[in-house]
Design a protein around this ligand. Structure first.
Ligand SMILES: [Zn+2]
Length: 221
């Protein structure tokens, strides 16, 4: 496969908990979500991921994925399991049992560029251990909170033996590379957005800007 499109879903449908600042930008309606799934069905080059461990992962997304024969990867916040509006351990197991893959979104949705030593342990080791215990499988794939990374974050993830790290950099990805860009579903997504993200070739200036931004983030300290 030449390249893949990685999509990120956050919350879907009715909002049932207090949202973090700017989180509403990424919250989509059920119909918008179904439009995306219908476009993704049968496409081996579209990879769907979920961040934040919202209750809508199981309540809204799971039946619709299963209905269309789709699988997805869910990046869960280990320290927020069971909070109102979030997945709990049973929900994580239900996703697994339906053929979905579980990864880590860390512990408490912190910016990984600004962690204390103690928080580094919690966001990597502890999160992987707790999720591993729930799923019965080692967890080594992560989605970086807010897509915020620099050279220090990438070093931390390498030391934690992370095997794949998802960002929010946008644009198509080469399958199998360690750092994978993604495009987030947004509250204003429509058919044109779906066509552009899933099929469009971005303009040369946009591609050049993305490459420059990624290189800058990888190197900055
Ligand atoms: Zn997140």
């Amino acid at each position: 496969m030449h390249s893949v499109v990685n999509l990120t879903v956050h919350g879907i449908g009715p909002v049932d908990r207090e949202l973090d600042p700017d989180e509403d930008v990424f919250w989509v309606g059920v119909e918008q979500f179904e439009q995306v799934l219908d476009a993704a069905a049968g496409r081996r080059d579209v990879h769907i991921t979920f961040d934040d461990g919202n209750a809508s992962d199981v309540e809204i997304a799971l039946p619709r994925l299963v209905e269309r024969g789709l699988t997805a990867e869910f990046f869960v916040l280990a320290g927020r399991l069971g909070e109102p509006g979030r997945l709990d351990a049973d929900g994580v197991r239900e996703l697994m049992a339906s053929g979905m893959r579980i990864g880590s979104h860390g512990w408490a949705h912190r910016d990984w560029r600004k962690l204390s030593t103690e928080q580094v342990r919690q966001e990597t080791e502890d999160a992987h251990r707790v999720l591993g215990e729930i799923t019965g499988h080692p967890v080594s794939r992560v989605a970086i909170p807010f897509g915020s990374y620099d050279a220090g974050v990438l070093g931390m993830l390498r030391r934690a033996k992370v095997t794949c790290a998802y960002t929010c950099d946008g644009g198509r990805a080469r399958p199998g590379t360690w750092l994978q860009p993604r495009d987030s579903l947004r509250h204003d997504l429509d058919a044109a957005w779906i066509a552009r993200v899933m099929d469009g070739t971005p303009s040369l200036p946009l591609r050049a800007r993305r490459i420059a931004a990624r290189t800058f983030k990888r190197l900055r300290r």
